[in-house]
Design a protein around this ligand. Structure first.
Ligand code: CP
Ligand code: NVA
Length: 311
């Protein structure tokens, strides 16, 4: 049984297949095959979502399947039923699980007990669907309509600014290794990448640089990326984080210090005036809404790959 819990659950070659499927699904929207016909996929969400929920619901529908949205407050998990029992029960009804939660270990338990493919729709540790969509967004610009999407990423540099210790930074560390990209992260030392992700990134083949100097990180960058300062679950630390992270805001001046054709990216939702200045969100090389749209096409590629591997 194949799962997509982290970027490296697909090989580099398979990531290339996901991108190729995403490109075709985007071109043939409404006319392509329906590999999830007759299937229901449950979406278990313990956190808020706009993009992830909508892109998966629409994507499953477009692949011929039925999405079943389950907020954890409404199912018995919210009242203490174990994750393992929930997985065993759902396996009697549905064909796959898409899960947004806090602990990455919850996904491993679901994957181990359900006998169903599990897709990570964001944990505190990783957000792999977002990184695949972000890399695809850059690649479709760099490779053009016919070019080799994966090859267009090789050797490119990502600069990640702000909270470099949470899901988006972690996922970029794995994604950069998988896609052959360079990555420099800049933030306060209190929020530098942790030991576990640093070891995983090294295994994925990536070397990364951590610095407290934003300018150093963005020098020569092809992508300037940031994320919210207080992620879901960290609302109580918002004031302290704002104080510590303010020097890492992506301002127009900082963005101008990257390569002249660099892209600005953000997973969204964005907070203008905090992690990014409004002038950067309004910049012609800001591609945030393309990233959001590509969640749909790329996730359809991921689901089609998982459906294939089930036979
Ligand atoms: N980028 C992202 O995952 O957005 P949502 O939280 O709205 O799903
Ligand atoms: N780091 C953010 C990402 C939202 C898509 C969070 O976890 O809230």
């Amino acid at each position: 049984m194949r799962h997509f819990l982290k970027e490296t659950d697909f090989s580099r070659d398979e990531a290339g297949q996901v991108f190729a499927l995403a490109r075709r699904f985007k071109q043939e929207r409404g006319r392509h095959e329906r590999p999830l016909a007759g299937q229901t996929w449950a979406m278990i969400f313990a956190k808020s979502s706009t993009r992830t929920r909508v892109s998966f619901e629409v994507g499953i529908h477009e692949l011929g399947g039925n999405p079943l949205f389950l907020n954890t407050n409404d199912i018995q998990i919210g009242r203490g039923e174990t994750i393992a029992d929930t997985a065993k029960v759902l396996a009697r009804f549905v064909h796959g699980l898409i899960v947004r939660t806090h602990a990455q270990s919850d996904l491993t338990v679901l994957a181990a007990h359900g006998g169903l493919p599990v897709v990570n729709a964001l944990t505190d540790f990783l957000h792999p669907c977002q990184i695949y969509a972000d890399a695809f967004t850059a690649a479709e610009r760099w490779a053009g309509p016919q070019g080799d999407l994966l090859a267009s990423l090789r050797g490119r540099k990502v600069a990640f600014l702000g909270d470099t210790s949470f899901n988006m930074a972690n996922s970029w560390l794995l994604g950069a290794g998988l896609f052959g990209m360079k990555i420099a992260l800049a933030g306060p030392v209190e929020y530098k990448p942790g030991k576990e992700i640093s070891e995983m990134a090294a295994q994925a083949g990536g070397a990364f640089q951590f610095t407290t100097d934003s300018r150093e990180a963005v020098a020569g960058a092809d992508i300037v990326y940031t994320d919210v300062w207080a992620s879901m679950g960290q609302e109580g630390e918002a004031a302290e984080r704002r104080r510590r992270l303010l020097p890492y805001q992506v301002t127009g001046k900082l963005f101008a210090a990257a390569k002249p054709d660099a892209l600005f990216m953000h997973c969204l939702p964005a907070h203008a005036g905090e992690e990014v200045a409004q002038e950067v969100l309004d910049h012609p090389r800001c591609v945030i809404f393309d990233e959001a749209e590509n969640r749909l096409h790329v996730q359809k590629g991921i689901l089609a790959m998982l459906a294939r591997s089930r036979g």
